[in-house]
Design a protein around this ligand. Structure first.
Ligand code: VAH
Length: 316
């Protein structure tokens, strides 16, 4: 059975539903620091309140559930972290340590994501290698690099089966993102439906790696089910599906909404973060070691996002 932390987040809420569809609802315990709203899919199955920085609480729920796998998603994302570095450290590092200790004691395998945010300005930006310089200048990036190293350490020192990927920006229509730098790539679709226009806080010409949520969900399951004997890298596989700037995604939206207008009000904080990240990552290690292959490109993602949001936003 599986224990998920951060189950109410952008990735967590969809991953819980996806995992329950594969492994059975009762086999996936969702946890978060607050209760799910009635009627949401997370609320349809087992749920417990868990503050991941409470080491005893994390150990207790793990002893009770004895999960085969812990999927640790609770974290503060890049833009929010810059506003509150201490909170980001406590949650992103304290929560991770608590989760690794719980996994070590319970013998659970352990998935936690890193991010394109684990790279910095001195990292090669085009086709960023799997193994390269990592000197991020955001506190989020610092916690992601440290997290990658901690997970490697727990595997090497204690034999914990730790695994993870460096996620690009994730785009989905179920749960809006919270506090990221790549959130514009989701917001633009909501505004395209609601207002036929969007004001971007990221400047034209700023390229970032992105991925449609279905590909992200499949990647987690594929990696966790992969033959461990084939895994050379473990906790930081580069994975991405597309790289675009605001102009490119606006042009894709105009294929469906011709009158869509894009303008800019650049946010210097999030622009600086975005400028320090890669433009496009090399994913050959993930492809080689566990068969990573995304299904959605920009065209396919944009068409499905607009189709799904037309239903979702009209209804509510
Ligand atoms: C963020 N969406 O913007 C997250 C993610 C790759 C970006 O880490 O902080």
């Amino acid at each position: 059975n599986i224990l998920v932390t951060g189950a109410l987040g952008q990735l967590g809420s969809e991953l819980v539903a996806h995992l329950r569809g594969i492994y059975g609802t009762d086999n996936v315990l969702a946890t978060d620091i607050r209760k799910p709203q009635e009627g949401t899919r997370v609320a349809e199955g087992p749920f417990e309140l868990l503050d991941v920085t409470d080491g005893n609480g994390f150990m207790e729920v793990t002893r009770k559930r004895r999960p085969d796998t812990i999927i640790h998603l609770a974290a503060i994302l890049s833009a929010t972290a810059e506003k509150n570095p201490m909170l980001a450290c406590n949650i992103n590092m304290g929560g991770l340590m608590a989760g690794l200790e719980a996994a070590r004691e319970a013998g659970s395998s352990f998935f936690t994501p890193s991010s394109i945010g684990a790279f910095g300005p001195s990292t090669p930006k085009v086709m960023t290698p799997q193994d390269t310089i990592q000197r991020p200048r955001t506190i989020y990036g610092v916690t992601k690099v440290a997290g990658e190293l901690l997970c490697d350490y727990y595997h090497l020192k204690f034999g914990v089966d730790t695994r993870g990927v460096r996620f690009p920006g994730l785009i989905g229509y179920v749960t809006p993102p919270g506090g990221g730098t790549t959130d514009y790539a989701v917001d633009i679709f909501y505004d395209a439906i609601r207002k036929k226009s969007y004001t971007s806080y990221i400047a034209a010409g700023t390229f970032m790696d992105m991925m449609y949520m279905p590909d992200a969900l499949k990647a987690v399951v594929d990696l966790m089910e992969a033959d461990p004997g084939r895994l050379v890298h473990r906790n930081a596989f580069n994975i991405t599906a597309m790289s675009f700037d605001p102009e490119m995604v606006a042009n894709e939206i105009r294929k469906h909404i011709p009158e869509f207008r894009l303008d800019y009000e650049v946010d210097p904080v999030r622009q600086r973060i975005a400028d320090s990240w890669p433009n496009s990552m090399d994913c050959s290690a993930a492809a080689l070691e566990w068969g990573f292959k995304p299904a959605y490109d920009l065209e396919g993602m944009a068409a499905d996002m607009l189709l799904q949001l037309r239903k979702k936003l009209v209804v509510t």
